[in-house]
Design a protein around this ligand. Structure first.
Ligand code: ZN
Length: 172
């Protein structure tokens, strides 16, 4: 590939991180330039979202898609962000509340290309989303422990009091 001494020309350096092997991008291997989606591409994505009927009150006209896409093209950074944004819109399924609400949702997950962060939409603050995720995780863990407790109580007496500890996940 090239004559780089650090990576042997592959563009990647194999490293062990937290006991796992991973590839790290070498300095000789620059990140591919971000591909900013055009208005047309964004409008197509909006048309697909509308057709999916996943979002209540979402605009349904070609003119609507074009106008929204023109606005979105100012802040949607790349295709990956566009896809993530569409996914999140569908996941949350909140009714459409105008172009600003789209930017608010986008900014909860991605960096706006024009650097303008609006006030976060209630329920879409990054912290709220993170803490909600943690709450859900904790709630499901509680349910698991409760299930084990119930099973143990219903089972033979010698099993009582044996509650398997939940698996501890560490952030790395
Ligand atoms: Zn290299």
């Amino acid at each position: 590939m090239n004559g780089c001494q650090n990576c042997g020309g592959t563009g990647w350096i194999i490293r062990e991180v937290h006991g796992r092997e991973g590839a790290e991008r070498c300095a000789c291997n620059p990140l591919p330039a971000k591909i900013k989606p055009g208005i047309e591409e964004i409008a197509v994505m909006l048309g697909q979202l509308a057709a999916s009927k996943a979002i209540p009150f979402f605009p349904e006209t070609e003119l609507g898609f074009q106008l929204m896409a023109a606005d979105m093209s100012r802040y949607v950074e790349d295709l990956r962000s566009l896809r993530l944004f569409a996914e999140k819109l569908v996941q949350h399924g909140k009714p459409y509340e105008g172009p600003l609400s789209l930017r608010q949702i986008y900014c909860a997950y991605c960096t706006p290309a024009d650097g303008y962060y609006p006030e976060p939409l209630p329920g879409f603050e990054t912290e709220t989303l993170e803490s909600r995720h943690k709450m859900l995780e904790l709630a499901s863990r509680d349910r698991e422990i409760e299930q084990h407790r119930q099973q143990a109580l219903e089972g033979p007496a010698e099993n009582r009091g044996l509650f398997p500890l939940p698996e501890i996940k560490t952030l790395q």
